[in-house]
Design a protein around this ligand. Structure first.
Ligand SMILES: *[C@@H]1O[C@H](CO)[C@@H](O)[C@H](O)[C@H]1NC(C)=O
Ligand SMILES: *[C@@H]1O[C@H](CO)[C@@H](O)[C@H](O)[C@H]1NC(C)=O
Ligand SMILES: *[C@@H]1O[C@H](CO)[C@@H](O)[C@H](O)[C@H]1NC(C)=O
Ligand SMILES: *[C@@H]1O[C@H](CO)[C@@H](O)[C@H](O)[C@H]1NC(C)=O
Ligand SMILES: *[C@@H]1O[C@H](CO)[C@@H](O)[C@H](O)[C@H]1NC(C)=O
Ligand SMILES: *[C@@H]1O[C@H](CO)[C@@H](O)[C@H](O)[C@H]1NC(C)=O
Length: 308
């Protein structure tokens, strides 16, 4: 169909490709059938960020005389940009094209193809090659879709919970779990057009010890496993240690005071009186017998005071 000549990580291969492209327009020759037709053909092509892409113009048989070749480029939030080459005068014209990464694939008098290197999310858009010959026009449209591989991580958290995330992917990655847990998905859009997908799963079933997160993305699928932390049991023990036991001790202490003839009110009075002893000795002598009498003999009075 078209020839998005993807770069490979090997520098040698890249150099070979560049050489090949510069040498002739041969990478585009294999699309004769589709491009020879004068009718408009659209190509929607996904490419990965950072790659080198060459977009090819329709093949024109040698019998046709080329007059002008024009690339019209429509990118999001940018004015229409056009690059053209006039055969007769051997001159190139550029209009509104400010992105230095979009260039002719080689010398325009040798080949009409367009190159984008390296491809970024901002290059997503429509590219049209129009070739005017004496006998008529040929054109080809490309819709370039730019993919960004997400950074995938999976990690366990407290309480038998696991988090799997695919950071800054384009389009948004999809997350699946094996086995399926009690999951909450999340999505976060970034201004640069990438999306972070996150899924937090809880596994209450004590049988599950290892879980696998499967991330589906057009740039490649990933599968990562992790062990669940023994969170629930550990935190339950701590819960008993730091909350339940002290509460039982306090209740037991109060109950002990109660059965041994004391009441909270009594204790309270005692403490308060100790503090004020020095200044209000007289008052203590008058109040104390009455207070202890009322408290020991009137259960209702007792309860009310306990509630205070
Ligand atoms: C350049 O951009 C302006 C808008 O900013 C647009 O009106 C004009 O048509 C563009 N020129 C070309 C040749 O595409
Ligand atoms: C077109 O111009 C370039 C320099 O801009 C020159 O190298 C090339 O030989 C010219 N091609 C033709 C066919 O005149
Ligand atoms: C553990 O997670 C479950 C379910 O999300 C929740 O109901 C429970 O309160 C959590 N326990 C602790 C100690 O966080
Ligand atoms: C997009 O933005 C996010 C958050 O700022 C960042 O993590 C990511 O690397 C960016 N990706 C690209 C391709 O610029
Ligand atoms: C846990 O595993 C045991 C044996 O492996 C099985 O009999 C039991 O049904 C499982 N429990 C749950 C809740 O899956
Ligand atoms: C990734 O997984 C999906 C299913 O979720 C599958 O349709 C697709 O072909 C896979 N892609 C690759 C590159 O393996």
């Amino acid at each position: 169909m078209l020839c998005p000549c993807r770069t490979h990580h090997l520098r040698l291969l890249l150099m070979l490709t560049v050489f090949f492209l510069a040498d002739s327009s041969s990478p585009c020759m294999d699309e004769k059938q589709t491009t020879l037709s004068p009718t408009e053909v659209n190509t929607s092509q996904p490419v990965q960020t950072g790659e080198k892409v060459v977009l090819c113009c329709p093949f024109i048989p040698p019998s046709r005389v080329l007059v002008i070749v024009t690339w019209q480029i429509v990118l999001r939030d940018k004015p229409l940009c056009s690059i053209s080459y006039k055969r007769e005068t051997n001159e190139t014209l550029e209009n509104n094209c400010t992105d230095g990464r979009i260039t002719w694939a080689s010398r325009p008098d040798q080949s009409p193809h367009l190159q984008i290197h390296p491809v970024a999310v901002s290059h997503e858009g429509n590219y049209r090659c129009q070739m005017a010959t004496i006998d008529g026009n040929f054109e080809h449209n490309y819709h370039l879709q730019v993919l960004v591989p997400p950074e995938v991580t999976v990690f366990p958290e407290k309480n038998r919970t696991v988090v799997c995330q695919a950071v800054a992917g384009r389009p948004a990655a999809q997350i699946f779990w094996t086995p399926e847990g009690d999951c909450a998905p999340e999505k976060q859009d970034w201004v640069n057009g990438t999306v972070t997908t996150r899924s937090t799963c809880h596994y209450p079933d004590g049988n599950v010890s290892t879980v696998t997160c499967f991330v589906s993305h057009p740039t490649g699928n990933r599968s990562l496993s992790t062990d669940l932390l023994p969170g629930a049991k550990g935190s339950e023990k701590l819960y008993y240690l730091f909350i339940i036991i002290p509460v039982i001790l306090i209740i037991g202490f109060i109950w002990f005071l109660k059965i041994s003839g004391y009441s909270l009110f009594h204790l309270y009075r005692k403490c308060k009186l100790k503090k004020t002893e020095a200044t209000t000795v007289v008052e203590e002598d008058e109040m104390q017998p009455y207070a202890s009498y009322a408290e020991k003999n009137n259960p209702l009075y007792d309860t009310v005071n306990n509630l205070r």
